[in-house]
Design a protein around this ligand. Structure first.
Ligand SMILES: N[C@@H](CCC(=O)N[C@@H](CS)C(=O)NCC(=O)O)C(=O)O
Length: 213
């Protein structure tokens, strides 16, 4: 299988973690998101959505969207599980993952930040304020969801890393890069630290990817 990735793409980082947790080897092809050339060619040849990541499955063709890829991996390679057995627990893990993927990430995505700068003429300081506001707001909601849910342990659900942890770690990586204030999210910060103890998470880190700069 081949993963179209970019070292700093947090959506690709999610999939790298999931692949590593499941012990699946995938070739990586880097698509540089900040250079003008590779993205249009990738869009034309592989993924009309033009977003990173996408997985070229050996059996099922191109699969875009990080959560669709992780669910695909989960269904095709059920062990080790990234979704729990119980219905309520599965919904809880998916809700935490979707909170990140749908409610936080799109507001702070590269093309949104570029639009604020180029089309709306915003200064970098205003764009950074936008970024921190929405990321801190979303992570605050996730902290409340996780602490009130009473289901977390060492990880978002219990003591095994699941799909939602695959999304949490990249989102916190991004939040720190942009100097968000994480002081009101001690539970998420502690879960992130536990994930960093696991090889599958460390191997997926942007700094150790072949295209890292
Ligand atoms: N919902 C998508 C988001 C994918 C996405 O936005 N990827 C970013 C990198 S993290 C990207 O390709 N950005 C290019 C752009 O914004 O033009 C997913 O989960 O895969």
């Amino acid at each position: 299988m081949k993963l179209y990735s970019y070292f700093r793409s947090s959506a690709a980082y999610r999939v790298r973690i999931a692949l590593n947790l499941k012990g699946i080897e995938a070739e990586q092809e880097a698509i540089h998101l900040l250079q003008s050339e590779p993205l249009p060619a990738y869009r034309a040849a592989h993924n009309p959505q033009g977003l990173i990541p996408a997985l070229e499955s050996d059996e099922d063709g191109l699969i875009p969207q990080s959560l669709a890829i992780i669910e695909y991996l989960e269904e095709r390679f059920p062990e080790p599980a990234l979704l729990p057995a119980g219905l309520a627990e599965r919904a809880y893990v998916r809700a935490a993952a979707l909170l990140i993927a749908c409610d936080i990430h799109p507001l702070a995505n590269l093309r949104v930040l570029k639009y604020l700068k180029r089309e709306l003429g915003q200064e970098q300081a205003a764009i950074d304020t936008w970024y921190r506001h929405w990321v801190e707001d979303g992570l605050g909601r996730l902290e409340a969801f996780v602490t009130n849910g009473g289901r977390s342990g060492r990880f978002i659900l219990g003591d095994t890393p699941m799909m939602a942890d695959c999304l949490l770690v990249p989102q916190l990586f991004n939040a720190r890069r942009l100097e968000c204030d994480l002081s009101s999210m001690p539970t998420l910060v502690a879960i992130d630290a536990r994930c960093q103890e696991i090889e599958a998470f460390r191997k997926a880190h942007p700094s150790v990817q072949p295209d890292a700069e």
